[in-house]
Design a protein around this ligand. Structure first.
Ligand code: FE2
Length: 504
């Protein structure tokens, strides 16, 4: 952004900026600069030069506008680029924040849907009383089965509401519509009038890449997470075996050859077990403070060779707010982690770029259980055993956790961080404690395993964890391997004599 333009905005409202503030504003989006200056103008203050002191004094009035646009700021010297913003929110959340959050999400997904070149696209308010054929981009706000066993869906866009009927005789569409989640944003192709619409087709925004990305460098990425350090069920010996292998100290010649090519390690949340996460957790902890648990994590991560870049986001057990987007793990709880040169602490979710442009969307996956509850095909057929079946649904919806009320989230007026705006090359999830790899429309989906044996809670809810498995991905060849560290004797390739996992 041109500094001249910023100064024009300020002068237009009777303000000047000092050099430091001009440099800072230069990193923000122009519309946010305009809004901030408007807020200063509205204060009616006598100061005419905005300096850092004045800015900080009033920061709570515009904190949500301080989104850094200049991504160069987020490139660190290791060639890892954080494309997401580490969101900070300190002002009181109001109803208007939720409204703006959902409007922002609607606008983002609408842009994707408009790209599909659909006929007769119209806003709900403009549907007349005469019958016609229309396409509307709408949010599902209610679903119910009628007395005649048809499906009624109440929808809305930014102009109004409508009712769409899906006839039970149209079995394929009926079954598809039954699996819609509240707050899904889709195109409905309909016939009818403003009184009642009848659906003919449902089109999701969906995500696909024209081709699979291949990197130039022969490097591997390892995916893990759910360490749950502090838990009595933390499998420390197995995790140490993984570190030993990563450092090239154990394994056969082939395994060692791969270990030394690992350049990146993604740790996708639940790095510690936390404290007070569920009732009576204390009985299952051998480290009873979050700081103590992070100290232990630091001790273990420092054993990893320094030329492995570790990218870590929080999960629901880490010491950050549970509402998503979760900010990165703060130094208050884990000062030692902040001093590690090869550790990159990022928010959850985060879009991170590595190795010459590979975009990795990492998301711990607190919503995965909600998807399983809501989508009957997954609940009945796949249960908790196939996390990538859920990730496919996220990609289809271009959203990581669509339904209000099912998940904790922090509303953001400018940007719903759970919307998948940029299609990643790889989406890495965790939470289900089971490793699985699959591909959807040229997007690699990697679910990571865990380093914790089954907990009483998992037994109760029917989760079937499969600990100590580490998926590996070669950025140049796209070879995928899952290495198994669960055996007390040796290291196993999880499947395949050729050492390459078969994708379903
Ligand atoms: Fe976990």
């Amino acid at each position: 952004m041109e500094k001249k333009k910023i100064l024009e905005i300020c002068i237009g409202k009777g303000f000047l900026l000092d050099k430091e503030m001009l440099e800072y504003f230069n990193k923000l989006e122009i519309k946010n600069v305009e809004s901030i200056i408007d807020i200063f103008f509205g204060l009616g203050i006598k100061e005419k030069i905005i300096n850092k002191k004045l800015f900080d004094k009033n920061i709570d009035k515009f904190r949500n506008l301080l989104v850094i646009e200049n991504l160069e700021e987020n490139i660190d010297k290791k060639g890892i680029k954080l494309l997401s913003t580490d969101f900070n929110f300190s002002k009181k959340i109001e109803v208007a924040d939720f409204v703006a959050h959902f409007q922002s999400r609607y606008e983002e997904i609408k842009k994707v849907l408009e790209g599909k070149d659909i006929d007769n696209l119209i806003s709900i308010r403009r549907i007349g009383i005469n019958n016609g054929i229309y396409s509307i981009i709408a949010t599902v706000i209610e679903k119910r089965i009628t007395k005649n066993k048809n499906l009624l869906i109440e929808v809305e866009d930014l102009t109004g509401n409508s009712i769409i009927l899906i006839n039970k005789e149209n079995t394929k569409l009926f079954n598809e519509a039954k699996e819609m989640m509240l707050d899904d944003i889709v195109i409905f192709r309909v016939t009818g009038s403003s009184d009642m619409l009848f659906a003919n087709e449902i089109i999701y925004p969906d995500a696909f890449l024209a081709e699979e990305k291949y990197g130039k460098l022969d490097e591997y990425v390892a995916f893990s997470g759910d360490l749950h350090i502090g838990s009595k069920m933390f499998l420390e010996d197995n995790f140490l075996k993984f570190i030993n292998w990563l450092n090239g100290n154990i394994g056969d010649a082939r395994q060692k050859a791969i270990a030394c090519k690992i350049k990146y390690l993604f740790l996708t949340g639940d790095n510690i077990d936390g404290v007070g996460i569920y009732q009576d957790q204390e009985k299952l902890l051998n480290i009873k403070s979050c700081k103590g648990q992070y100290n232990k994590l630091e001790e273990l991560l420092k054993k990893i060779r320094k030329n492995v870049q570790i990218i870590m986001c929080p999960g629901q057990h880490d010491s950050v707010w549970v509402g998503e987007q979760q900010k990165s793990i703060p130094s208050k709880w884990a000062p030692g982690l902040h001093n590690m040169e090869n550790l990159h602490l990022v928010p959850n979710p985060s879009l991170v770029e590595i190795n010459d442009g590979f975009k990795v969307l990492m998301y711990h996956g607190a919503s995965i259980n909600r998807f399983i509850d809501e989508i009957s095909e997954i609940r009945i057929k796949y249960k908790h055993n196939h996390p990538t079946k859920v990730v496919r649904e996220m990609l289809k919806r271009r959203h990581l956790a669509p339904t209000h009320g099912l998940m904790d989230y922090v509303p953001n007026r400018n940007n719903d961080a759970m919307t998948i705006n940029i299609i990643p090359d790889i989406i890495a999830t965790a939470d289900q404690h089971r490793a699985e790899v699959d591909v959807y429309n040229n997007i690699l989906m990697v679910a990571s395993s865990c380093w914790q044996s089954i907990t009483p809670f998992e037994e109760k809810v029917g989760n079937t964890p499969d600990p100590c498995k580490v998926p590996l991905f070669n950025l140049k060849t796209r070879e995928i391997k899952i290495i198994d560290f669960s055996d007390s004797h040796g290291i196993k390739w999880n499947e395949g004599e050729d050492l390459v996992c078969k994708l379903k």
